[in-house]
Design a protein around this ligand. Structure first.
Ligand SMILES: CC(C)(COP(=O)(O)OP(=O)(O)OC[C@H]1O[C@@H](n2cnc3c(N)ncnc32)[C@H](O)[C@@H]1OP(=O)(O)O)[C@@H](O)C(=O)NCCC(=O)NCCS
Length: 433
């Protein structure tokens, strides 16, 4: 490594320090000569103050053990049905694999703990008419216990096995476990260290996909290897539910994790949600859900109460964020062309979805809307989000309200909420983004 590499890495440290990353090791990587390099990368992440949860797959190890015992496994990695005999082999193979990982991490000075029963699982049941037998699905994640280990500087190792309420062991798919744990812990990064045949775009250069473009790409690529396709599906689910970025890196390549995380170009595939892509104009069918969405913010004094009728009257001014058929955000921009200004109003993100960029994406929409109407002066009345407008969105507070449209000013005075007035002059040169 050159000094320049070290400097590049150190630039990222303040951003990553104290955050939790999930790393998923494919069984093919564990079986390869590159394992020691990958584990060294994990030790390096830890020494930079990054918390790591390690989740591993053991499909090739299950296959190898089954072959040695002359058994034909019904499934190897928690995908497809798992019969009793396959489960016994899986338990043995997973145990040996965990032992190997913990042993090697110990040599590197990393303290680990088996996070054996930190997942609540249930039987997958019958899928597509096929009984999945002893294959499980993750129902809930014990985030408190995982956080306790992480705060003690311990690296939790999560195996692809879980126990249902009756104590029955079930085989799980490591890729799906990672997505669920990532969502539950709301991690900024989930990294799949992919083995042979698991890279979605093996011949292409490093690439970045928003969930929407990836969905289109997946529909076009019917020939993609099943292992790679599952990783992309998990990545899309994780991103849609709050994981900021998912990376799929070539696990047989030396320093793959470090090269992906600590360079702007990266070397793998990165998936993210483009919050702007999740916006759409509000429609009549959204009305009831918009009223419900804003209710709590109104109760807490963050938003001015608006009746169904008031929203309906100006429905064209609103846009919403919809995820998985749920409204999670809304905003309005009211234009006052005669006064040469526009108001941002009713900006709200569901508490479960804050901090994922939806607020800023909606503000971009508001600005684009105002600009395309030829208006470059934006204002807002706010009680609890003035810092957000000022620090995150480039507004400034003003005590001069002489230019505020008369009807709006009177409404603000009548409401007696003592709101702060913030304003922003938009750059006409920038045009629509
Ligand atoms: C304000 C609000 C819309 C922000 O939405 P969001 O989707 O969480 O915002 P983003 O993801 O774009 O930005 C998140 C960042 O803003 C910061 N932030 C969020 N709300 C803030 C507030 N009220 N004051 C100061 N900073 C705030 C977060 O700390 C986060 O910082 P980070 O990027 O350093 O982690 C949302 O918190 C909300 O709905 N609040 C309640 C309703 C409200 O007050 N609306 C304003 C009516 S005028």
């Amino acid at each position: 490594m050159k000094f320049a590499d070290l400097r590049t890495i150190l630039r990222y440290v303040p951003q990553f320090q104290g955050r939790t990353f999930i790393v998923v090791l494919d069984g093919g990587v564990i079986a390869s000569d590159n394992l020691s390099n990958v584990l060294l990368d994990l030790a390096a992440l830890r020494s930079l103050g990054i918390r790591v949860v390690l989740i591993f797959d053991a499909s090739p190890q299950v296959q190898a053990l089954a072959k040695a015992r002359r058994v034909k496994p019904t499934s190897t990695g928690g995908e497809g049905p798992t019969d009793k005999e396959t489960l016994e082999i899986t338990i043995d193979a997973v145990g040996r694999t965990a032992n190997r990982l913990v042993q090697q991490l110990t040599v590197l000075g990393v303290r680990t703990a088996a996070a054996a029963n930190m997942l609540t699982v249930r039987k997958a049941g019958i899928l597509g008419g096929v009984d999945q037998q002893l294959t499980g699905r993750v129902q809930a994640v014990d985030t408190a216990s995982l956080q306790t280990l992480l705060s003690e500087n311990i690296l939790p190792v999560v195996a692809p096995l879980g126990y249902d309420r009756k104590g029955q062991t079930l085989a799980l798919d490591a890729d799906w476990i990672a997505a669920e744990v990532g969502i539950a812990l709301r991690v900024p990064k989930l990294i799949y260290v992919a083995g042979p045949g698991q890279l979605p775009f093996p011949d292409g250069p490093s690439s970045q996909y928003s969930v929407r473009t990836l969905r289109e790409e997946l529909a076009r690529r019917a020939d993609m290897a099943p292992g790679a396709r599952i990783k992309l599906r998990c990545a899309m689910r994780a991103c849609e539910e709050g994981v900021a970025r998912v990376h799929i890196v070539p696990g047989l390549q030396d320093e793959a994790i470090l090269a992906e995380l600590f360079s702007t170009e990266g070397i793998g595939t990165m998936v993210h949600v483009d919050a702007y892509e999740t916006l759409r104009p509000a429609a009549l069918g959204d009305l009831e859900r918009m009223v419900q969405l804003s209710r709590r913010a109104v109760e807490e004094g963050q938003l001015l109460p608006r009746s169904r009728e008031e929203i309906l009257d100006r429905l064209d001014d609103y846009c919403v964020v919809e995820m998985d058929h749920n409204l999670v955000g809304m905003v309005a921009v009211h234009l006052y062309p005669e006064d040469g200004c526009a108001e941002v109003a009713c900006l709200h993100v569901r508490p479960t979805h804050i901090g994922r960029g939806y607020g800023r994406a909606m503000m971009r929409w508001v600005e684009d809307r105002a600009k395309s109407a030829g208006i470059f002066h934006l204002f807002g009345y706010t009680t609890q989000a003035s810092d957000y407008f000022i620090d995150r969105c480039g507004f400034e507070e003003t005590s001069d309200s002489s230019w505020v449209p008369k009807e709006r000013l009177e409404k603000a005075i009548r409401s007696a909420r003592n709101s702060r007035l913030v304003q922003k002059h938009l750059d006409p040169e920038q045009g629509e983004r």
